[in-house]
Design a protein around this ligand. Structure first.
Ligand code: MLT
Length: 248
């Protein structure tokens, strides 16, 4: 079937949350990516029946919000340096978010970069949660949205992370394959090329990334295999009014 003819859409990519904060998000659709591991973990949690996430910036805010909400189905989740936080119910490994642990639960979550990127995306019209796990499903939502797109990479402490950019490039490559009226910025074109270079073996790229090497070094190599499962989910969580949830 030929490519669809539609209005010219612009697709851009921000390498870090600081770069995203400099962009005009009015009317845009933003995809927040933290492929190792926060957005992969969120998608896994929704696959296992969790009710939603409330992303917050600090550990103190997480605890204070849980005290304020005082509802029984709340869990505290997140990490610092990829390690679970003392006294929290779950860390940031997808393996922590099993059905028995998260079914029906709302997780108040703080991570080093992923939740920071979500907060930076707040002014966008629509915000989707993306990872390698749901690449094609995210593209379907973006096409349906019909808005200009900005891919928001979480990075690592506001530095470039190859895995988030390659993941964003996977979304861009799929959108370009389906439409001949996309205009890419230089950043989007670079991300697409990065994805095309690594797409024969995404798992290898993740393992060899700086953050992947760090995770392997602290005994979390199993998480990388989970985060590499391209299109293992068709769920696309959305971020709206400070919550991450499934809107369909
Ligand atoms: C992050 O948000 O920086 C990462 O998800 C950290 C991690 O791998 O836990």
């Amino acid at each position: 079937m030929g490519k669809r003819q539609e209005k010219c859409l612009k697709i851009d990519l921000a390498f870090t949350p600081v770069e995203l904060e400099k962009k005009d998000l009015t009317g845009k659709a933003v995809v927040v990516i933290d492929s190792l591991r926060a957005t992969s973990t969120m998608i896994t949690a929704f696959e296992n029946g969790c009710a939603g996430f409330i992303p917050v910036a600090t550990i103190e805010e997480t605890r204070a919000l849980a005290d304020k909400l005082k509802v029984p189905n709340i869990l505290l989740g997140g990490e610092r340096r990829a390690k679970a936080i003392e006294g929290f119910h779950v860390g940031n490994s997808p393996r922590d978010y099993s059905p028995v642990k998260v079914r029906g639960k709302i997780i108040i979550m703080t991570t080093t970069n992923g939740t920071r990127a979500l907060v930076a995306a707040r002014e966008a019209e629509e915000i989707f949660i993306g990872a390698f796990l749901n690449l094609s499903a995210v593209c379907r939502r973006l096409t349906e949205s019909g808005r200009d797109v900005i891919i928001a990479c979480s990075g690592e402490k506001n530095l470039f992370c190859i895995e988030d950019v390659a993941c964003g490039g996977g979304i861009i490559a799929r959108l370009c394959a389906d439409s001949n009226s996309l205009v890419m910025t230089d950043a989007a074109r670079a991300a697409k090329l990065l994805y095309e270079h690594f797409s024969p073996d995404i798992y290898k790229m993740l393992r060899e990334s700086e953050w992947g090497q760090y995770l392997i070094g602290i005994g979390l190599s199993e998480d990388i295999a989970i985060c590499a499962q391209i299109d293992s989910s068709s769920l696309v969580p959305v971020y709206k009014e400070d919550k991450v949830f499934l809107d369909r």
